[in-house]
Design a protein around this ligand. Structure first.
Ligand code: IVH
Length: 687
């Protein structure tokens, strides 16, 4: 080393040391602000100031990646991609709890415990049973090292990257802490964040999640941790354990209190109870008060508070004898039926909907609930002026489960189904063997016309984004668009200035964009064109299968019902609907015009040359972007084969969520590669 080099080296090490110091200071300050914000609801600086600090740290980390800490608060933003969720064995098995819906069984549990602990001084804790996804967090020397889902209790998925994005999961602990321990708790999806996320999904044409629990579970398994960061999940800690129990406080409540001081979000709703009376009072209170919480709970967990007694009580086959869960029953209310609306869909199908006196149920106000069809109304024996029982279990959508007969008015008449279309007055028809009524006035019934147009331009169909419902309505009223083929005859001069005083009005630029989007839709593949036509019973998957089978529209139009029924998953009813649809002159004329306009009326499918040629897949578990059938169809569309069981011939096990551990074991034993949904999508991505 020359003197000069030495000097440089010295400079750079001073420089490195000061950069490192700066990074640590920033990280510490951001951690502190995060803590105050999420744990104490206190905002100590403006959002801009916070973002500025975060960006400064991000920039430094980019310039000096070797100095970036894996526990930096920048990890909260996500960005790293989970290649696969490695399976890890739990150091301590994640047991489940015995649970019951019956208060008597809680009384039995209490009496049994008291008897087994004969003469001991002890108490119980009652706390909320969070309705989410259980995870275990391992901390060493005050630092988060691993986050694992419950899985089957023995083995779970490593979701550390995603867990780091959850602000209520501390990355570094504060104050004193045991050197090595595991924090367990539930990841929940708070109601307001869940609603916002679902509304956005619907706006983007994605299937909304059924309930916050499913959504939380799906979020933890997102490949892209930045996506998970956007989900606004929350961690509720409820348990602490370690290899050396002596290091931990002697009571469960004491452990949770300590955890709070370390920086965990421990909900304050925990009570120490001395007897069954206290326990019942806690349960009663939360059975009603639970809907005021910002997140879902599905019961109450009762634990013996003194941890030294846990060993004494021991375990049953799979759950500890020192704890039990009381589960709340699905909430049910009775509310008056004010009227029934009959909604007409794009296929002319009529759906009766109950308009209810607004009632608070399961965290939201319920105003409407479906009455399914005429048979449902008859089976429930609904009378005019009845009050209906509405239930909401784990699901978000309320269900009518019966009539509150005590409220029935004397002399009330049974509800009669409408005979005429409430929109256009045409007599409804009910096809033999089908439950639904239909309005046959295809061309003159407003919701059918607009509904078909909306379906046609939808994201999963022709995807003409600039044609929203308002614009379609406007074009219809201006006599420019009556059916889907009219869209392709639109001219610039017809569009400019249209609807001058409306939000959906069209200006020069808007007209150009709209025409460009319409033009682009001509490249949409045949299978989606077929779906876009809106033939009854032909969904996205059905359209794919039919398109693949016939390969072009002429072969399809020439097919009789019998041939149509040959297509996989196409039953008699669908075959008849397709055949009748194409038999209608009006439909043939539209198809002809679409063909002339340049839409794709045929497709090429891998018959050799597909990306998955020669590959055999076994599909297992639940997927986020496909149903099981859809993913199988997708494999076939790319030239692959689907088989039911894993063997030496299997190329890949395509693993969704909730796949059983045996499948994985078998695949590993036979050396079959395991593929995640995301990896599959990459493998088949076009281009
Ligand atoms: S204690 C060995 N406390 O309910 C005791 N569990 O079967 C470990 N849960 O999957 C569980 N809230 O994820 C405990 N306050 C709470 C809980 C809770 C929700 C979940 C837990 C487990 C299930 C019980």
């Amino acid at each position: 080393m020359t003197d000069n080099d030495k000097e440089m080296d010295l400079f750079s090490s001073i420089d490195t040391a000061s950069v490192q110091k700066k990074m640590e200071q920033l990280a510490e300050e951001i951690d502190r602000l995060n803590y105050e914000y999420y744990m104490n609801d206190r905002s100590l600086v403006s959002d801009q100031e916070f973002d500025r600090m975060l960006r400064e740290l991000q920039d430094l980390e980019r310039q000096h990646p070797e100095l970036a800490s894996p526990l930096s608060p920048t990890k909260r933003v996500g960005g790293e991609v989970n290649k696969s969720f490695r399976q890890v064995e739990h150091r301590f098995p994640m047991l489940s709890l015995g649970n019951t819906y019956s208060i008597e069984e809680i009384e039995d549990f209490e009496a049994r415990t008291r008897k087994l602990l004969d003469g001991e001084e002890f108490s119980y804790t009652c706390e909320l049973k969070y309705d989410g996804v259980a995870i275990g967090l391992t901390y060493r020397h005050g630092r988060l090292v691993q986050a694992v889902t419950r899985g089957n209790g023995a083995v779970g998925d490593d979701i550390t990257l995603n867990a780091k994005t959850i602000p209520t999961i501390p990355l570094r602990l504060r104050g004193e802490y045991p050197d090595d321990f595991e924090a367990r708790g539930e990841v929940v999806y708070p109601f307001d964040a869940f609603d916002a996320m679902n509304r956005q999904r619907e706006a983007e044409g994605d299937e909304p999640f059924a309930n916050p629990r499913n959504a939380a579970s799906g979020s933890l398994k997102l490949q892209d941790s930045a996506e998970c960061a956007k989900r606004k999940l929350m961690f509720c800690m409820y348990f602490m354990m370690g290899p050396s129990e002596e290091e931990l406080p002697p009571t469960h409540s004491g452990r949770l209190e300590w955890a709070r001081q370390m920086g965990f979000k421990v909900q304050p709703y925990i009570a120490e109870c001395k007897d069954i009376g206290d326990i019942k009072a806690f349960i009663d209170h939360w059975d009603k008060a639970r809907w005021d919480l910002p997140f879902g709970i599905d019961g109450i967990v009762i634990k013996v508070n003194q941890t030294r007694l846990w060993d004494k009580l021991g375990l049953t086959a799979k759950s500890p004898r020192w704890a039990i869960a009381y589960k709340f029953k699905a909430e049910r209310v009775s509310t008056p039926l004010e009227s029934i609306s009959f909604q007409v869909g794009r296929t002319g199908k009529v759906t009766p909907v109950a308009n209810l006196r607004p009632v608070w149920l399961g965290g939201t106000t319920v105003r409407r609930a479906t009455l399914v069809n005429a048979d449902f109304i008859e089976k429930m024996d609904i009378h005019v002026g009845d009050s209906l029982f509405i239930e909401k279990g784990g699901e978000i959508i309320p269900k009518v489960v019966g009539v509150d007969l005590e409220q029935r008015q004397p002399g009330a008449a049974p509800v009669h189904y409408v005979e005429r279309c409430p929109e256009c007055g045409t007599s409804l028809v009910r096809v033999e063997g089908e439950a639904a009524h239909y309005c046959p006035n295809l061309d003159g019934c407003h919701p059918q016309i607009i509904g078909r147009l909306e379906h046609f331009v939808g994201r999963k169909a022709m995807d003409i984004e600039s044609l929203g419902p308002e614009r379609l309505e406007m074009l219809y009223r201006a006599d420019l668009v009556h059916n889907v083929a009219d869209i392709y005859d639109l001219r610039r001069e017809q569009l400019v200035g249209l609807g001058a005083d409306q939000a959906a009005s069209i200006q020069d630029k808007g007209a150009d964009n709209l025409l460009a989007a319409i033009e682009a839709s001509k490249q949409v593949p045949f299978e989606r064109v077929l779906f876009a036509l809106g033939i009854r019973y032909v969904g996205e998957v059905g359209a794919k299968k039919i398109a693949r089978y016939f390969k072009n529209i002429d072969a399809l139009m020439a097919a009789d019902e019998e041939t149509l029924a040959q297509v996989e998953d196409v039953g008699e009813v669908t075959a008849r609907a397709v055949s009748e649809w194409f038999a209608d002159e009006r439909h043939r004329a539209i198809v002809e015009r679409l063909r002339v306009a340049g839409l794709q009326m045929s497709g090429l499918w891998a018959e050799g040359g597909g990306v998955l040629d020669e590959l055999t897949f076994v599909v297992s578990g639940v997927f986020s972007r496909f149903s099981r059938d859809e993913i199988k169809a997708d494999i076939e569309r790319h030239g692959g084969k689907v088989s039911g069981s894993i063997s030496g011939k299997t190329s890949y096990l395509l693993a969704g969520e909730k796949m059983g551990p045996e499948k994985r074991k078998k695949a590993e034993k036979l050396g079959v590669s395991i593929l995640s949904e995301e990896e599959y999508l990459q493998m088949t991505a076009e281009g």
